[in-house]
Design a protein. Structure first.
Ligand code: SF4
Ligand code: SF4
Length: 156
């Protein structure tokens, strides 16, 4: 023989259902009175932690040229092959300047290894995080997209 099934009387069932409704409404009311946690994005953005790592950016030197010398150290250290197509101009050594550079945000782990490996302090992971796209191509940024605006490097 199995264990006996507990049967509630009709009034007890009604009282139980009513109590469940009251408990549910109490939860609704409690949350309705809490301050809103949503924001009018993108018009209003949440302040980020200073060490937040977002879109990769190329810095400019005081003379306005990119700091990057196309040494490829960042490409070699990147564990996910997110950096590619680095080419420099005809100059040699420290005088060489990057001409082409592609960073694929969809592959990036934001691990910062590329920044730490760069011997010229030429790149950084900034605060920009609106870097999504509908396709792989839209998450790839070239040097023009990554280079900071002219004039900004002079203030460093
Ligand atoms: S942050 Fe890490 S994963 Fe992203 S590009 Fe740099 S090395 Fe590669
Ligand atoms: S960003 Fe730095 S590590 Fe990467 S190619 Fe340029 S100079 Fe070299």
């Amino acid at each position: 023989m199995g264990s006996p099934v507990t049967l509630h009387s009709r009034p007890a069932e009604i009282a139980l259902a009513a109590w469940s409704i009251v408990k549910g409404l109490a939860v609704t009311l409690r949350n309705a009175l809490r301050p809103s946690v949503t924001r009018d994005y993108p018009a209003r953005r949440t302040a980020l932690h200073p060490r937040f790592r977002g879109k990769l950016g190329h810095k400019r030197a005081e003379d306005g040229r990119p700091r990057c010398t196309a040494c490829m150290a960042c490409e070699k250290v990147c564990p996910t092959l997110a950096i590619r197509e680095i080419e420099g101009d005809e100059a040699k050594g420290r005088e060489r300047r990057v001409r082409t550079y592609v960073w694929d945000a969809s592959r990036c782990l934001f691990c910062n290894l590329c920044v730490e490996a760069c011997p010229f302090d030429a790149i950084e992971l900034g605060q920009e995080y609106s870097i999504v796209g509908d396709s792989r191509e839209q998450t790839c940024f070239d040097l023009e997209d990554l280079l900071e605006p002219a004039g900004k490097g002079e203030s460093r």
